[in-house]
Design a protein around this ligand. Structure first.
Ligand SMILES: *Cc1c(COP(=O)(O)O)cnc(C)c1O
Length: 450
């Protein structure tokens, strides 16, 4: 199950890296290989206690294995262990980081930008909302009910007022409800989610841009999950239209560690107005900013950051550039095709309620039942049974409206439904849809009484 072939390249690459440091006198690190071996094998045994994330039958949470090139480049860089806080801590990896962020900005059609990599979507959103609060002091941040819970929490950390906006039955922000809020005149920033974490729903950015011309607010796009789908060639028309106007937002967050084939610890925040860099200004007596070129630590809230993340992302972009018909784009399109294929099967079957066609590659559904509580219990039982059959799904809690909308006969004895959820993130998923469906159906049959 674990890819090992590519590992052989690491030794060759390390020798190449070493050439750059031949001028230094020899020295040896002190360690006992045997002791390392004992501990490392213990680690390997401990790590067996995991779900099989890299396998196509893992269709649960947002977990996608990093590309072998990302793994190798990350490991290779650890022999240097660069710190992208400053050029003095990692020269090559700082330049590589600037190039990777440039590629991300280019993918969204941005002409100017300021941005950097960071620990993940949470920190990236924190920086974007921190800047939003500086540009629009005292004004509210609003985001839909289906936006990531991180926004409300971040606003708490930053001391910014936050209000959530109703979402519609497709999991998108309700534009009328948003406009009603805007009329009060105290909204500074609207968070637009480009692919919600629960269902992959994409907020209607074109309509929100229209509102902006009237109400003058800032737009922050949380594309942590969905951002890369701008490269897909098989989005629905409304989804496509939303992605096509991303160049008009003020800030954007994307997680290369979600759909960008990177190990965890790789998020990215970009701003369309480079002058927001001034908000980051600080003075520090021990700084090691010894060159006049921009050090990423001057435009980042985090200080020490792994140069390894930049090196891994750079290598991945080099191998799989963000071009429209390239392999990277094709594989993302395949993920949506896989979600549509599974949607087709579940939807046609009649034993399940599927609230809507997946906009990206996330699918939610629940068994048809007399009441919301029975459906929820069944969903949990199927989840458990499926795992016994080696099919690893996820569960989600969603507003009952999503499901009643499709199946009004269901008794509304609670406001939320526990449903099944699948993120079909791996390109291999498409070839496994029949197998996945078969295991799902078996699990359903083993779970339901008759
Ligand atoms: C995952 C996610 C986040 C949080 O990002 P982390 O990388 O997990 O910190 C924020 N917003 C959305 C839409 C996400 O999907």
């Amino acid at each position: 199950m674990l890819e090992k072939e590519s590992f052989k390249l690491l030794l060759e690459a390390l020798e190449q890296l070493e050439i750059g440091f031949q001028r230094m006198p020899e020295f040896n690190s002190v360690y006992e290989l045997d002791n390392l071996r004992t501990v490392l094998l213990e680690v390997a045994t401990r790590m067996q206690d995991n779900f099989p994330y890299p396998h196509p039958l893992y269709v649960g949470q947002m977990l996608k294995p990093p590309h072998p090139i990302a793994r190798l480049a990350y490991m290779l860089s650890l022999w240097i262990n660069p710190n992208n806080h400053a050029l003095d801590g990692g020269r090559a990896s700082t330049f590589m980081e600037k190039e990777t962020v440039q590629e991300i900005a280019k993918m969204f059609g941005w002409k100017t930008h300021l941005g950097h990599l960071c620990g993940g979507g949470t920190i990236a959103n924190l920086e974007a909302l921190w800047v939003a609060g500086k540009v629009k002091p005292g004004l509210k941040i609003v985001a839909s009910e289906q936006s990531h819970y991180t926004h409300e929490r971040i606003c708490g950390v930053l001391g910014l007022p936050f209000t959530s906006v109703k979402s519609d039955c497709q999991g998108r922000i309700d534009v009328n409800a948003l406009e009603n809020l805007l009329k009060a005149g105290d909204v500074g920033t609207v968070v637009v989610t480009m692919g919600t974490t629960a269902t992959g729903s994409v907020d209607p950015l074109p309509a929100i841009l229209e509102l902006r011309s009237q109400y003058n607010f800032r737009i922050h796009a949380d594309a942590a999950y969905g951002g890369y789908f701008t490269l897909a060639n098989n989005l629905a028309e409304t989804t496509r239209a939303a992605f096509d106007c991303l160049s008009a937002v003020d800030s954007l967050v994307i997680d290369p560690h979600k759909h960008g084939l990177q190990p965890y610890g790789c998020g990215c925040v970009i701003f369309s107005d480079p002058t927001v860099g001034a908000f980051y200004q600080h003075e520090c007596p021990f700084t090691y900013f010894t060159s006049s070129e921009l050090h990423l630590g001057e435009i980042s809230l985090e200080c020490s950051r792994p140069g390894a993340s930049a090196v891994a992302l750079w290598a991945t972009q080099r191998l799989l550039p963000y071009t429209l018909e390239g392999q990277f784009a094709t594989e993302l399109s395949k993920s949506r095709t896989a979600a549509l294929a599974l949607w087709q099967k579940i939807q046609a079957d009649g034993r399940f309620i599927v609230p809507f066609i997946p906009e990206l590659d996330i699918l939610v559904w629940t068994p048809r039942a007399k009441s919301a509580s029975i459906a929820s219990q069944l969903a949990k039982d199927i989840f458990t049974q499926a795992a016994k059959n080696n099919l690893h799904l996820a569960i989600a809690h969603l507003p009952i409206e999503f499901f009643i909308n499709i199946y009004p006969e269901m008794q509304r004895d609670q406001d939320q439904i526990t449903c099944l959820r699948s993120c079909l993130m791996k390109p291999e998923h498409l070839d496994w849809i029949d197998e996945i469906w078969q295991l799902l159906e078996n699990s359903y049959l083993q779970t339901t009484p008759n």
